[in-house]
Design a protein around this ligand. Structure first.
Ligand code: C2E
Ligand code: CA
Ligand code: CA
Ligand code: CA
Length: 279
């Protein structure tokens, strides 16, 4: 086997160092960023594949750092998870999303469900169910108006505890959605063992659905399986009319992606919803 040359090794080390430094810089900038009001949420529409009606909205976190400028969640969420700041940040997201939903009560958005992303750390926090319950009460929301998106990683981390927490959340009436389905540690047993009601098919499969027979078959199989387990199905990353048509024909209930709408501000979402009334 060919050994990595000294040059390659150095490039690798430099990249590692840059990544570590990047993480440290982000970590430093994250401290105080909540108090400084540097975070905000944008909202992405999820529509009924059949009628086009706006059904759910996913809240996505944005950070405009005073030190670093806009930082993408793919960069700062992992750092926030490593440092534990994600708990405080996740609590802020929960409250902010519920408050926004509360202000939509008397609007065209009054019967949408709001989805928020929840990390493993939050779910492991003993006060989490109470936190969710209080956020609902404070903002006068019905529990079915809130859905929590979890990744498969969350499920395996501390399976017994997670199962108990999810059972409590379901008893409360909150929806549980499995995010990025198909990318992780997918095991069929998760789908029955945990109290889920929605599967989100990852963008990686949706992306190739028109041109790759393999992706097409895979998505078809996931949808069939979801149907037989009584789960709702959402396709992520729908970027073309062709993808939307195929997914609808396969029986995928909901669509999310740039073809429908980008993540947008609350005002823009209201305008989007206005156009969809009666559809
Ligand atoms: P995710 O939960 O899978 O969110 C979907 C991501 O795909 C979002 O990226 C969204 O902007 C993007 N997206 C949506 N439709 C399309 C499309 O048609 N094409 C393409 N190319 N991309 C599309 P974003 O907002 O950058 O978020 C990235 C990830 O950061 C999220 O992935 C989620 O894992 C994490 N994240 C975002 N907000 C939060 C949060 O409040 N809490 C936690 N724990 N994680 C969050
Ligand atoms: Ca998500
Ligand atoms: Ca996702
Ligand atoms: Ca993702």
């Amino acid at each position: 086997a060919k050994k990595a040359g000294r040059g390659e090794q150095r490039v690798f080390n430099d990249a590692m160092n840059a990544a570590a430094k990047d993480g440290l810089v982000i970590d430093g900038a994250l401290r105080g960023a909540i108090a400084a009001g540097e975070f905000y949420l944008v909202y992405q529409a999820i529509t009924n594949s059949h009628t086009g009606k706006l059904t759910k909205v996913e809240a996505l976190l944005r950070w405009n750092s005073s030190l670093l400028g806009p930082v993408s969640p793919d960069r700062f969420i992992p750092v926030a998870e490593d440092s534990g700041i994600i708990i405080e940040l996740g609590t802020w997201v929960l409250e902010q999303a519920c408050r926004q939903m509360g202000t939509w009560k008397q609007s065209v958005l009054d019967d949408v469900t709001i989805s928020i992303n929840v990390s493993a750390w939050q779910l492991a926090d003993p006060g989490f169910v109470e936190l969710v319950s209080q956020a609902l009460i404070r903002n006068r929301l019905a529990p079915h108006q809130l859905e929590l998106e979890l990744t498969e990683r969350v499920l395996i981390e501390d399976a017994a505890n997670v199962q108990a927490v999810l059972a409590q959340l379901r008893a409360l009436g909150v929806g549980i959605s499995l995010d990025d389905f198909g990318t992780g540690y997918s095991s069929l047993s998760y789908l029955t063992q945990f109290h889920l009601n929605t599967l989100k098919i990852d963008r990686a499969f949706v992306m190739d659905i028109e041109h790759s027979e393999r992706s097409n078959n895979l998505v078809h199989a996931i949808i069939a399986m979801g149907h037989s387990l009584g789960l709702q199905l959402v396709a992520e990353g729908v970027e073309t009319a062709g993808q939307a048509a195929i997914l609808e024909k396969m029986g995928c209930h909901y669509l999310q992606g740039y073809h429908i709408a980008r993540p947008i501000s609350p005002d823009d979402l209201l305008r989007f919803a206005d156009l969809r009334v009666g559809q």
